[in-house]
Write a protein that binds this ligand. Sequence first.
Ligand code: ARG
Length: 458
Amino acid sequence: SSNQMWGGRFAAGPAAIMEEINASIGFDKKLYAQDIEGSIAHATMLAANGIISETDRDQIITGLKQIRQEIESGAFEFSRKLEDIHMNVESRLATLIGAAAGRLHTARSRNDQVALDFRLWVKAELKKTEAMLTALIGAFLDKAEKHADTVMPGFTHLQTAQPVTFGHHCMAYVEMFGRDRSRVRDAIERLDESPIGAAALAGTPYPIDRHMTAAALGFREPTRNSIDTVSDRDFALEFLSIAAICAVHLSRFAEEIVIWTTPQFGFVRLSDAFSTGSSIMPQKKNPDAAELVRAKTGRINGSLIALLTVMKGLPLAYSKDMQEDKEQVFDAAENLELAIAAMTGMVADMTVNVDNMKKAAGSGYSTATDLADWLVRELGLPFREAHHVTGRVVALAEKNACDLSALPLDQLQAIHPGITDKVYDVVTVEASVASRKSYGGTAPDRVREQIAAWRNRL
Ligand code: ARG
């Protein structure tokens, strides 16, 4: 019976491979609490509608509660022969209470059962994600508040563009994680329908009450189409999409941390709690947590693509392919939680090197646009001409190897005679950020308004 190629592992031949490829208990035991909760609600509904007796219901519920205890105390023996969590629980129930256990599966299939268990799990995970995002947003708000006046270079193409404040930069992430949180809330709304009672795919001839089970399990209402109900994994795909987008946001800040903690930038310092040393280079302090957050994005995005690809060719209704949904979601959820928690810790603990940021903010002629705007405002130059004049001023500063503010007035006037010494007031980084008062701009007062508005929204 044992095959030459893989006989060592599969002593019992093909049947053992069937068991290994088919079983999901290794990962779907994570759904035990949802499975038991769902079965209790189902049995209660069956009895309320005269489909099983109250005695059977009571025995079933007592047995299920005992099983829950056995699982939680570690006494339960999961069996791969029994395939999945649903059959493991039902089989144990039969051992515990005998014949009545066989009535639990009336008007139900594993197809609606797994859809129920998994929905309940994803719903709880979404709520957890929502709370974790709120904490992360809170950490960014604290940093933004502390650094509403801290000037840093704003970048485009990672080239110094215009001065901004670190507070404003932090608030950009508040917006991103705020959108993630609102996507989580939307997903909970859409997911909030109970699948139980769809049965295998067609519904059931028993006089069940799906509104009753929906209410007992905390769903807004039952799903409306039994075929869709057992075929649908949109809620899992939505979870993964949200996780992927959120992970991309986390990864972008992680990347900035990696850049900013280099000695060359020196904008921020991570706490010892979120850095590691090198086994050979004593001077090193590495941003490993940020790098791992950046890397988690790869596997979370991978999970989304994996499940999209599993689902794309499936005819209605249930196919066993769909069993592959859970590991992707579990893995993405675990790693997203880790990434959000690590980022929350890093943000809360990091210290900002205000001097380095300010020095960098002024380098690279970052206030050249302010000079051009001054020429437009004070001298009435068309913006295009002001741009040209400013370009010559920058070229001069480059030649002199100095900042714009260090150019002598007579040299500026040689480029444009209208320039006065008032120009020195607008080419500082502080004046630059203070002037950007447009709604959503980097002016510290504007940023403080946004911080206050977000505090209310939390
Ligand atoms: N373990 C299965 C899953 O995760 C449960 C549903 C099985 N249904 C079936 N008809 N084989 O999808």
